[in-house]
Write a protein that binds this ligand. Structure first.
Ligand SMILES: CC(=O)SCCNC(=O)CCNC(=O)[C@H](O)C(C)(C)COP(=O)(O)OP(=O)(O)OC[C@H]1O[C@@H](n2cnc3c(N)ncnc32)[C@H](O)[C@@H]1OP(=O)(O)O
Ligand SMILES: N[C@@H](CCO)C(=O)O
Length: 335
């Protein structure tokens, strides 16, 4: 994919009334916009991914995959607040000439969608053939659709919700407490809060996976009484995230997820979903404990032109990233 940056020339106003003096959006594209401008696939990424969708969703997106650059103009933009190039807590605050760190303003899913709408306009895109996203990406895709500024033909929502649940908020708060318990986080310096971030990711893993998948992959032999596989796995996954992400972005983005409620300043949830015109596929992972299937069923029940699909998988929430055969089967008619 090709890497690009878009610099918005004006201050960017956030939902809470604050502004970002400068907004840079990092994004990847593959393929070309056709003459009719009707071949756009726009991907909204999840919590810690980047905009290179060929890297983290291969098998679904790639040169020879179902969604490929021969047939489509594929775009994925990094979200505000993320570690991967869009304006974020490590960016320089023009008012102080130092990085924002903990002073970065609260960002909502709607802010992310508004920013990506500006990018779409700058690229001359006013129609999207497929808008797709899972988890935090699905939350953005819903908000992007509800902005009603770009025509969305097909909307694909995976393992997501219309309003974040008390259970989901509790998981995220617990992770933020882990970060805050690392005193270095308050130093407001690069690479601080890393131990807290490691702990936060290990907590998150418990919400992304299931008892069954740990049984299948991390069970020890009978003669083991220490150095457990599951312990080593938790430490490995925590460190793996800390090697590629920062605690300030992670803390912020979990707050963004928590604030998701499409009914905020709109009618009720049901009416808001009912206003969506796009042909919609809502996909659930049967074993998802973080965004349970009933949340996706609710969305599908209230979007008029929606179908509901449940993937039978023991993988848990992250199944939306790995159950590729099942996803291809559900999505093949869109390609
Ligand atoms: C710059 C970037 O990389 S950004 C993009 C990357 N990240 C994203 O896009 C976010 C979305 N992706 C994800 O969350 C994940 O990658 C997923 C859900 C798709 C897959 O998760 P994974 O961690 O790859 O899979 P899984 O849970 O099976 O773990 C496998 C890893 O754990 C290691 N592992 C497995 N068991 C153990 C154990 N007992 N002890 C130590 N390590 C272990 C494996 O060696 C493997 O290591 P590797 O990732 O270095 O190859
Ligand atoms: N595991 C994925 C999805 C979380 O919803 C991520 O880290 O982005």
């Amino acid at each position: 994919m090709n890497l690009h940056q878009f610099n918005y020339p004006k201050p960017f106003e956030l939902e809470n009334g604050k502004t970002l003096e400068k907004l840079t959006i990092t994004y990847h594209t593959a393929g070309k916009l056709n003459e009719q401008k009707d071949n756009v696939i726009w991907v909204c990424h999840a919590l810690t991914a980047n905009s290179d969708v060929f890297d983290w969703w291969k098998g679904l997106f790639g040169e020879d995959d179902l969604f490929n650059p021969k047939d489509h103009f594929i775009i994925c933009a990094n979200v505000i607040g993320s570690h991967y190039g869009t304006t974020n807590p490590l960016s320089i605050n023009p008012k102080t000439n130092t990085p924002y760190f903990s002073d970065f303003p609260t960002v909502t899913i709607k802010d992310m969608a508004n920013a990506h709408q500006l990018l779409a306009e700058s690229l001359g895109i006013n129609q999207i053939k497929i808008l797709i996203g899972g988890s935090l990406g699905g939350q953005q895709a819903l908000e992007f659709t509800l902005l009603n500024q770009t025509k969305i033909e097909n909307l694909v929502l995976l393992a997501t919700n219309a309003v974040h649940s008390p259970w989901g908020i509790a998981f995220n708060e617990t992770q933020r407490l882990a970060i805050e318990a690392d005193e270095s986080f308050y130093a407001n310096k690069e690479n601080r809060g890393q131990n807290g971030l490691i702990a936060a990711r290990t907590i998150a893993m418990l919400s992304y996976r299931t008892y069954e998948i740990y049984e299948e992959k991390q069970k020890d032999l009978n003669n083991v009484y220490e150095s457990f596989k599951a312990s080593s796995y938790q430490k490995y996954q925590g460190q793996k995230l800390a090697n590629r992400f920062n605690a300030y972005s992670y803390w912020l983005l979990t707050k963004t997820m928590d604030s998701q409620n499409i009914a905020r300043n709109r009618a009720c949830l049901e009416e808001t979903l009912n206003s969506i015109k796009a042909k919609t596929k809502v996909i659930a992972i049967s074993s998802d404990i973080l965004f349970p299937a009933k949340e996706q069923k609710f969305i599908a029940d209230h979007i008029p032109n929606a179908s509901y699909h449940e993937i039978n998988s023991s993988y848990g929430h992250d199944g939306f990233l790995v159950e590729l055969d099942a996803l291809k089967e559900i999505l093949k008619d869109l390609a």
